[in-house]
Write a protein that binds this ligand. Sequence first.
Ligand SMILES: Nc1ncnc2c1ncn2[C@@H]1O[C@H](COP(=O)(O)OP(=O)(O)OP(=O)(O)O)[C@@H](O)[C@H]1O
Ligand SMILES: [Mg+2]
Length: 256
Amino acid sequence: MGGGDGSRRHRRANMSIYYIPVASANTFKVAVLNSKGGCGKSMVATNLSCWYAVEGLDTALIDFDPQGSALRWLTLRPSKHPNVHGISGGHRAKTVTRSWQMRLPSETQRVVIDTPAGVRGFELGELIRQCDVIVIPVLPSDADIHAGAGFIADLLLDARIRSAGTRVVVVANRIKSNTRIYASLQRFLDRLEFPFVAQFSDTQTYVQAAQQGLGLCEMRADAMVQREIAQWQRLLASIEASAKPIVPTRAPLAAG
Ligand SMILES: Nc1ncnc2c1ncn2[C@@H]1O[C@H](COP(=O)(O)OP(=O)(O)OP(=O)(O)O)[C@@H](O)[C@H]1O
Ligand SMILES: [Mg+2]
């Protein structure tokens, strides 16, 4: 593609509400998306950023939701825990340019993006085009499976997404094991031939972790937490399958 085209594209992305900054060729960007509200986007985004930070990677969390739940989590995060750099993308700053407002620390290796409910159409395409991996959390209710199917169909139909080569992975959230609805979610994902890489349980530990600015991997490692950690490791392995291997800048902390 010619330079003129590239700079036009850059200008357009720079103006977009979903402009995602890049620190270097190593910046790997993961967005958590689903147009349905309340399915666990912020839970997945905060936990994912926490995992990366605990593993010693320089991590930024961009919150595009004007509600700001991911950044609220960050304000609660105890300073002795590995740092996650927060960027508020949900409001346009009046006194600085968009690119200054969204700037990343130059050493950033992983960017995790939390998004609001209801992103569709042009804005969805803009967002996805700039990301390496999209994680879609789906709740195991009939209504959520239906909405999730519509959303995933939109993704598949979007030519910009196909040409950008962005990978899409689906996770089930708030699973109460062996429910009928869970089986129907699994059948739906099997039909789509989508990677359904992890399932997170419905447990108050996620709520307690969120209230303390922590990730699940930083909670007391009882049997339930260990089961959940195994699921996060599956998600991480799937996401990282397409990332360039990089060396952590800090020593990883032991999870749990
Ligand atoms: N696995 C889980 N177990 C228990 N509670 C959960 C779990 N996942 C999310 N929650 C809770 O469900 C609620 C909705 O989750 P969350 O805010 O992550 O969803 P969301 O998709 O970001 O919502 P919104 O569309 O409003 O941004 C929150 O109170 C959160 O603490
Ligand atoms: Mg949210």
